[in-house]
Design a protein around this ligand. Structure first.
Ligand code: NAD
Length: 492
């Protein structure tokens, strides 16, 4: 029996208003735990994107508008947005959990609070940023160097942490003075309605933020739209390549946050038994649906069975359940398609000779919802498909190594380079190893993103960084104004 009232909306948030959708087709929101319909929104069309891009362009070009506001006024608007997001934090977490299967306890710690924290962080950062400086020219005269907003941003986000990832882009873009057309993923649309309501409550000028949900074709339309000055994309490496190709042709700046297959290097002095919670967060958080998780666990051969045992105990002991239940640690994956994909990888792992130590199937007691048991594979070679490709589900591979040099070589033997972790009782030693791993971020005995630290990938994990001052820099571009030497100086 359904316990859910459905959330249905007929309008799109464009130009600061809820406006009737221009098309008639709809996106249906499905609860990952029950497969029930829980809401629907209009499926955005190219006409909607045209209207959103025109509104964002008009807001950006307005000579007294958002991009020309005093920094303090923009910072205060971001703080109002933060308050409006905080007021909706719990409901945002609930809607994300409902749709994509994220355990509600995790959604409360991330989706409920991180977006507002980011809006406040970027408000503070833009206040403290020098957006204009004067340099003495080497050849005489002075040069004013201005940091100006890059323009109208096309922002595309996936479904796994939809509101955090939306604010990774909105926070710095708004702080910089850009305007935004955002395309939420079709798997998570109900939470984006709350974001739009928060933007309206914060009284951002019309057109500064526009939201048009839709699928990949709509995303592609947004990427190449003539009114877009910069693209900010988070998604799979396969999609990222297509986005990068189009942006390359258009010479359009693009930031790409893509997939990962990161390594947890367990050193021979690690006390894994005392780090189970941190290990869970670094390897299986959000049902394995996080780009930076350490899903390849590299274990010293001398302690291989021990490491496999700890991971099997961890994965086998997790509470599987409806994502909205407070005790749930592992919910369903986000969609039927995603479960098929994860199960396909489990089959490939078995076919190539890996051994399932725990999990490998669907939980017997769940006949609805897209559940997959947390699964640990032992006897994995780094050349196996399950060690090379991103699975994006609760599946770990344990790979043996002999000596730290081999561990580092295995960690780096990957198409990707996004996250990673080192497990050791000697953090100094951990740091030495961490520095040798080719990756955008890495944790020692834990892995947690922080607003102040740049986040992004190397190799096929992406181009550019989000978060921190580096994330702000991606939305600013410089203009130099040369001023001739003053006649007094020349005469002297
Ligand atoms: P996806 O690439 O299929 O879709 C991501 C978003 O891009 C969606 O909104 C989708 O509609 C849109 N899209 C897809 N193809 C497009 C195209 N050609 N042009 C424009 N837009 C397009 O990815 P997904 O399955 O929704 O998300 C999971 C992937 O996202 C994983 O690979 C994961 O690692 C990655 N991810 C990366 C980060 C990061 O910061 N590096 C964070 C979260 C997720």
């Amino acid at each position: 029996m359904s316990t859910q009232t459905t959330i249905d909306r007929d309008e799109l948030f464009i130009g600061g208003e809820w406006t009737p959708a221009r098309g008639s087709s709809r996106i249906t929101a499905i609860a990952a735990s029950t497969e029930e319909q829980v809401g629907s929104v209009p499926d955005g069309t190219p006409d909607d994107i045209d209207a959103a891009a025109a509104a964002a362009r008009a807001a950006f070009e307005d000579p007294t508008g958002w991009s020309s506001w005093a920094v303090e006024d923009r910072a205060q608007a971001l703080e109002r947005l933060a308050s409006a997001l905080e007021a909706r934090g719990q409901e945002t977490a609930r809607r994300v959990s409902l749709q994509n299967g994220m355990p509600i306890s995790i959604a409360m710690e991330t989706e409920a609070v991180f977006p507002a924290a980011l809006a406040r962080y970027y408000a503070g950062l833009i206040r403290a940023s020098a957006l204009e400086e004067t340099r003495d020219g080497l050849l005489g005269g002075t040069i004013q160097v201005l940091s100006k907003p890059v323009g109208v941003v096309g922002a595309i986000v996936p479904w796994n942490f939809p509101q955090c990832l939306a604010m990774f882009k909105l926070g710095p873009a708004l702080a910089a003075g850009c305007t935004v057309v955002m395309k939420p993923s079709p798997e998570t649309v109900l939470d984006s309605l709350l974001l739009a309501d928060a933007v309206a409550e914060a009284e951002l000028p019309p057109g500064v933020v526009n939201l048009v949900p839709g699928g990949r074709e709509l995303g592609a339309y947004l990427v190449e739209h003539p009114q877009i000055d910069k693209v900010a994309f988070t998604g799979s490496s396969a999609s990222g390549r297509l986005v990068a190709t189009r942006c390359g042709e258009l010479l359009r700046p693009v930031t790409l946050e893509l997939g990962g297959k990161s390594a947890a290097i367990v050193l021979d002095d690690a006390d894994l038994g005392g780090a189970v919670e941190a290990l869970f967060a670094a390897t299986l958080l959000n049902n394995g649906q996080m780009c930076a998780l350490s899903t390849r666990v590299l274990a010293p051969r001398s302690r291989y069975d021990d490491v496999v045992g700890v991971l099997a105990g961890l994965a086998g002991g997790l509470q599987i359940g409806d994502s909205l239940e407070p005790a749930t640690q592992i919910g369903p994956v986000a969609s039927a398609r995603q479960r098929e994909r994860v199960e396909g990888y489990i089959e490939k792992g078995l076919a190539q000779g890996a051994r399932v130590v725990v999990g490998g199937g669907r939980p017997a007691e769940r006949d609805r919802g897209w559940f997959v048991e947390p699964t640990v594979f032992a006897d994995v070679d780094n050349s196996y498909t399950i060690a090379r490709e991103e699975i994006f589900g609760p599946v770990l591979c344990v790979i043996p190594y002999d000596g730290v040099d081999e561990a580092v070589a295995l960690a780096n033997d990957s198409e990707f380079g996004l996250g990673g972790s080192i497990w050791t009782s000697d953090p100094e030693r951990g740091e030495r190893v961490a520095k040798r791993v080719q990756t955008g971020s890495i944790g020692i005995n834990h892995y947690t993103l922080d607003p102040v630290a740049p986040f992004g990938g190397v190799k096929a994990s992406g181009i550019g960084r989000e978060l921190g001052p580096e994330g702000l820099a991606a939305y600013l571009q410089q203009q130099s104004i040369y001023r001739e030497p003053s006649p007094d100086v020349e005469a002297a």
